[in-house]
Design a protein around this ligand. Structure first.
Ligand SMILES: Nc1ncnc2c1ncn2[C@@H]1O[C@H](COP(=O)(O)OP(=O)(O)OP(=O)(O)O)[C@@H](O)[C@H]1O
Length: 305
């Protein structure tokens, strides 16, 4: 299965994105990133056929999506929204079983194979002990897994998730991202998801779709990121106008932490200072004066003198 965006322009009164192109194939995990309001959700809705394109087309194996009926689209693409409504009085088992009904009329009873498949999905998501829990009693992580379970039981070649890691702690984020990658690779699916937590999400993505300045940049994740220096350099915020940072020579993490520490605790002109990280201590030079510090506390003691 391939999904191709060909010269798509979408938006409302005016375009959010113009002439965007992207190609995904079976097994691809693609991360959609971009600032708030840039058009990520609208892109997802455009791929689902819920938002009409201004021009261009979305093609599933060369078939233009606009020629497919909504039921045909639902058999090819499943969707997990981050703010999914929780249906009242339904259990995890009910929700995951619903995915199957895309293939049957509502009055149909699921057959043995379907029920077995639903059971396997519940097992694979680690939800067995919660299968009879009401959805409203689940933790956010397990609820997210249950919605992913519904998409899995829909058994479509493409799964799209709008911010699947919002509201999740680090451990659950890792678990969900790992799971999505595992599903794409072992069940031959295309997975497309948006996230604001892109530094973490990129570790699990083959491709990136970056929305920026009304344009869509797509390709192998690392290729796209390398061309976007403002994304990859650590952000050093200047929150105090009186703070003038020293020269800092250190790996990125140490540099960012020292900068943040100095700005919070010593918001003054430190331009004549030079901090160099030497493995496990800072060498600090100021007006021909050299000192060492191994902790931030020592730095404070030194600068407070
Ligand atoms: N139905 C609509 N009619 C008019 N404008 C809309 C409609 N839906 C969304 N918009 C506008 O389109 C822009 C893009 O919205 P969208 O939700 O796609 O952004 P997003 O990148 O997903 O944002 P976020 O990261 O905040 O979720 C926003 O300015 C939004 O207000």
């Amino acid at each position: 299965m391939n999904i191709d965006l060909k010269n798509i322009t979408f938006g409302f009164s005016k375009p959010l994105i113009s002439e965007g192109n992207m190609s995904l194939e079976t097994g691809d995990v693609c991360l959609i990133i971009g600032d708030n309001g840039v058009g990520k959700t609208t892109l997802i809705k455009s791929i689902l056929g819920q938002n009409k394109l201004m021009s261009g087309g979305v093609f599933l194996d060369e078939n233009n999506l606009k020629n497919l009926a909504s039921k045909e689209i639902a058999q090819k693409i499943s969707i997990v929204f981050s703010k999914s409504q929780i249906p009242n009085h339904f259990t995890v088992l009910d929700l995951i079983s619903f995915g199957k009904y895309i293939h049957y009329p509502y009055y149909f009873k699921l057959n043995k194979t379907d029920l077995q498949e639903v059971d396997e999905i519940i097992e694979s998501l680690g939800l067995k002990e919660f299968e009879n829990f009401q959805l409203q009693n689940l933790s956010d992580g397990n609820l997210q897994k249950a919605f992913i379970g519904r998409a899995l039981s829909q058994n479509t070649p493409i799964i799209i998730l709008d911010e699947p890691t919002t509201h999740l702690d680090e451990k659950n984020k890792l678990m969900i991202l790992n799971l999505l990658r595992h599903i794409a690779k072992t069940q031959n699916k295309i997975i497309l998801f948006s996230s604001h937590d892109w530094r973490l999400a990129k570790e699990f993505s083959d491709k990136i779709c970056l929305l920026k300045n009304e344009q869509l940049f797509s390709g192998i994740a690392e290729d796209v990121l390398l061309k976007q220096p403002e994304l990859t350099t650590p952000k050093l915020y200047n929150l105090h106008s009186e703070f003038l940072p020293p020269q800092i020579f250190a790996p990125e993490l140490e540099k960012e932490l020292l900068y943040s520490f100095l700005q919070k605790n010593h918001p003054k002109n430190l331009k004549n200072y030079k901090f160099t990280w030497s493995d496990n201590f800072w060498e600090i030079s100021h007006n021909d004066n050299q000192q060492k510090a191994t902790t931030f506390k020592e730095i404070t003691n030194m600068l407070s003198k």
